[in-house]
Design a protein around this ligand. Structure first.
Ligand SMILES: NC(=O)c1ccc[n+]([C@@H]2O[C@H](COP(=O)([O-])OP(=O)(O)OC[C@H]3O[C@@H](n4cnc5c(N)ncnc54)[C@H](O)[C@@H]3O)[C@@H](O)[C@H]2O)c1
Length: 290
């Protein structure tokens, strides 16, 4: 970057993003960087035994770094687990050292067991909440303290899900994602006087490695009561057909960039009076009548 002055809709802001090695988190990092932000990124970069899909790898994070830099941004990227406050705070300390502040937090990391209520174990249920609910609390508390001390406001964006409005066979994940909405409302009330805004985004189906993987292919085939898919393409085509009737708009899913566009708006000063909002980017999934 040298002496160039950042331009763009979030020029000069610093955004902290969890789960940034791939999927939507990577897309948010690249989008915000292309609009002038610097990025502090973390991801667990390893699989969790209870999770239904494989997680990102360090090679994925290296690709995020490459893309952010190609978009003109600077990035501090580290391997860390949102279940550990110590690990998060260590990454934040490095980010603060590099960029001096945090303006935006995007709590995006998530994991899902994807089991019915009769099949999921107590340990698996707790493990999902640990990542998707406690992990979000861990993600926001230290940046909030920093924002209050700095007294320049801030924007906190929690990635919830359309499953907060419409049941899916994943009670652990649904419970955590719904809790994020009331958690955000409580935070928004508490932090409003400090000009810190807190909003959630509820994506519908988004084609990312969370869905686009062989393990989820096996689960889809099982749910559809059919033979295993012969290829990833066949699985994608079946998912598109399966999801499309659940949306109002005639699509099976939205692309990660559609969510990043909402993230960018909430991160920018264009949304300066928006707080405690639930922003659905879901092709009409949540409100589709039967
Ligand atoms: N894909 C969808 O259809 C969809 C729909 C609604 C909501 N969402 C939400 O969008 C967000 C992004 O999901 P995605 O679709 O990009 O999935 P993804 O699996 O590609 O990305 C999630 C990332 O989180 C990381 N992660 C998992 N556990 C972690 C932990 N303990 N600590 C740090 N990082 C961890 C993973 O390694 C992965 O890189 C998630 O909050 C997800 O719940 C996704």
């Amino acid at each position: 970057m040298g002496s160039t002055v950042a331009t763009g809709r979030v020029a000069g802001k610093v955004a902290f993003i969890t789960g940034a090695a791939r999927g939507q988190g990577r897309s948010h990092a690249v989008k915000l960087a292309s609009e002038g932000a610097d990025i502090i990124a973390l991801d667990i970069c390893e699989d969790l035994p209870f999770a239904h899909s494989p997680h990102a790898t360090w090679a994925d994070m290296e690709e995020t770094v490459r893309l952010v830099e190609a978009a003109g941004g600077r990035i501090v990227a580290r391997k860390a687990d949102v279940r550990s406050r110590e690990q998060i705070d260590a990454v934040l300390a490095e980010g603060l050292e590099a960029f001096g502040k945090i303006d935006v937090v995007i709590a995006n990391a998530a994991a899902i067991a994807y089991k019915n209520v009769l099949d999921i174990t107590v340990e698996e249920f707790e493990a999902t909440l640990d990542v998707n609910l406690h992990g979000v609390f861990n993600t926001v508390q230290t940046p909030v303290r920093h924002m209050i001390e700095r007294n320049e406001g801030g924007s906190i964006i929690l990635i919830s899900s359309g499953v907060a409005y419409r049941a899916t066979p994943s009670p652990d994940y649904s419970a955590a994602k719904t809790a994020l909405i009331t958690f955000a409302r409580a935070l928004a009330n508490e932090l409003g006087p400090n000009r810190i805004r807190v909003n959630t985004i509820e994506p519908g189906y988004v084609l990312t490695p969370a869905l686009d993987n062989d393990k989820y292919g096996e689960r889809t085939a099982e749910l559809l009561g059919r033979e295993p898919f012969a290829s990833r393409e066949e699985h994608r085509a079946a998912m598109w057909d399966q999801f499309k009737p659940r949306n109002m708009l005639p699509v099976g899913w939205v692309e990660p960039e559609a969510i990043s566009n909402a993230v960018l708006w909430l991160a920018s000063d264009e949304s300066r009076y928006v707080t405690a909002e639930e922003l659905k980017v879901d092709a009409g999934f949540a409100d589709k009548s039967a």
